[in-house]
Design a protein around this ligand. Structure first.
Ligand code: SF4
Length: 421
């Protein structure tokens, strides 16, 4: 029984009750939003953890990507990053490991992960071939589906599957005049596989089998955007939008089979196109939850892409994006470390909170009022408590004890002067 099937049948699950309490929403309204495919609760039937919901009327959620690479295949570093992500307040973690013993790494992360866990199974299949010095052209359909089934059985809550890369959409991409081509790892692997093998994407061709697996374990499908723009000049072009249209059709098929589904989105997008992208996704995909990777509204800030992404994420979230994948200062440069993970999660949570104010999420506006009041009262401890990152706020604070101000203005503290103190 999936959360979607239960909701369609009018049943309220323990997970719905928990989410309704957290989100301050009537549980019947929540059930209806799930039944309509507008909200998902990614939770594998074989896992127990602190569940959260993604979608309409829900707080904007934040994902942190972690995982080894061939250059850095060390589990202990990834567990440190997992810890950093959860401490910083991530709602979800994706294990994108491509180096070392992938099954052992995923199991270890799953065991310690207290939030929802996602993966991109094709990474594991491609990485295993790479470890044997074989190219991704040799991916076998059977191995890919078996790997997906294994990961789902073992407990991942959602998987990114790039089902919208098809022979037709690859031909469209090959005729496009992109600056940056394909920048999604999964997208590039599958497009290349289609070109080399002349066959249809197995994730598209065997989509019904994929739905069977997802239904069995209530794994939410996150339909990946393999043709997301990797440069602002490539945003909202024909390959991106034609893939989105396919994803909308696949989302409908998943919904009809009672499989929870969300859609992934761009990418690098100039500011003026962000709202349009959110509206297009919601319109083409029947209001399915939208999981976005950025968007990054400028390409020229490597080292600071957690900031560019937070700017784009706040605007996208306010326009309806439901789930923000973080970007760290390491983006485009290297595998992030634990410090990058912390900064990425915090920056993305700021974006999510800004969006929540605009969405009218219960408690978002009120928290700002409380902060303003604490500032007016020079109530430092309360300010720290209300901060998105209390430890950083506390560590930066310098108290001018003589005037009970901070050292920014000291004796000339505007708050004190305003009160005639
Ligand atoms: S010293 Fe300046 S910055 Fe610090 S609390 Fe007073 S007005 Fe604000």
């Amino acid at each position: 029984m999936t959360q979607l099937k239960a909701a369609k049948e009018g049943k309220i699950t323990p997970e719905m009750k928990k989410v309704a309490l957290d989100e301050q929403i009537d549980v019947k309204e929540l059930r209806q939003l799930i039944a309509d495919g507008k909200v998902v609760i990614p939770k594998n039937i074989n896992r127990t953890f602190d569940v959260r919901a993604i979608g309409k009327k829900m707080k904007t959620k934040v994902n942190a990507n972690i995982g080894t690479s061939g250059d850095c295949p060390f589990l202990d570093i990834e567990l440190e990053k997992l810890d950093a992500a959860i401490k910083a307040g991530a709602d979800s973690v994706m294990d994108l490991s491509t180096g070392g013993d992938l099954n052992a790494i995923r199991r270890a992360i799953e065991e310690k992960c207290t939030v929802m866990l996602g993966t991109v199974p094709i990474y594991a299949v491609a990485a295993e071939l790479a470890m044997r010095d074989m190219t991704t052209d040799h991916i076998s359909e059977e191995v890919l589906l078996r790997n997906i089934e294994n990961q789902c059985r073992e407990g991942v809550d959602y998987i990114t599957v790039h089902c919208g890369i098809t022979k037709e959409s690859v031909a469209r991409m090959d005729n496009a005049d992109r600056t940056c081509g394909i920048v999604s790892r999964g997208g590039s692997i599958l497009a290349n596989w289609i070109r080399k093998n002349g066959k249809e994407n197995p994730l598209f061709e065997y989509y019904d089998d994929l739905l069977d697996i997802a239904f069995k374990y209530d794994v939410t499908l996150s339909l990946g955007d393999g043709f997301r723009p990797g440069a602002i000049t490539d945003a909202t072009d024909r390959p991106q939008i034609s893939e989105l249209m396919i994803l909308g059709e696949l989302a409908k098929r998943a919904y009809e089979r009672d499989v929870q589904v969300m859609i992934e989105g761009p990418g690098h997008v100039p500011l003026s196109q962000i709202v349009t992208n959110m509206q297009l996704q919601k319109r083409l995909c029947n209001d399915a939850p939208f999981y976005i990777l950025g968007p990054i509204p400028t390409d020229i800030a490597p080292g600071y892409d957690h900031i560019t992404s937070a700017i784009g994420g706040a605007i996208a979230g306010a326009a309806g994006a439901d789930f923000l994948c973080y970007v760290t200062p390491a983006e485009h440069l290297c595998l992030p470390d634990a410090k990058d993970v912390h900064e990425g999660v915090i920056a993305t949570r700021i974006a999510g909170h800004i969006a929540d104010i605009e969405k009218g999420i219960p408690g978002a506006w009120e928290r700002n009022v409380e902060m303003a009041t604490a500032r007016k009262e020079l109530n430092w401890e309360r300010q720290f408590e209300l901060s998105i990152d209390p430890d950083t706020a506390r560590s930066k604070f310098r108290h001018n004890k003589e005037f009970d101000s901070c050292t920014m203005c000291g004796k000339l503290c505007a708050v004190k002067i305003d009160e005639g103190r």
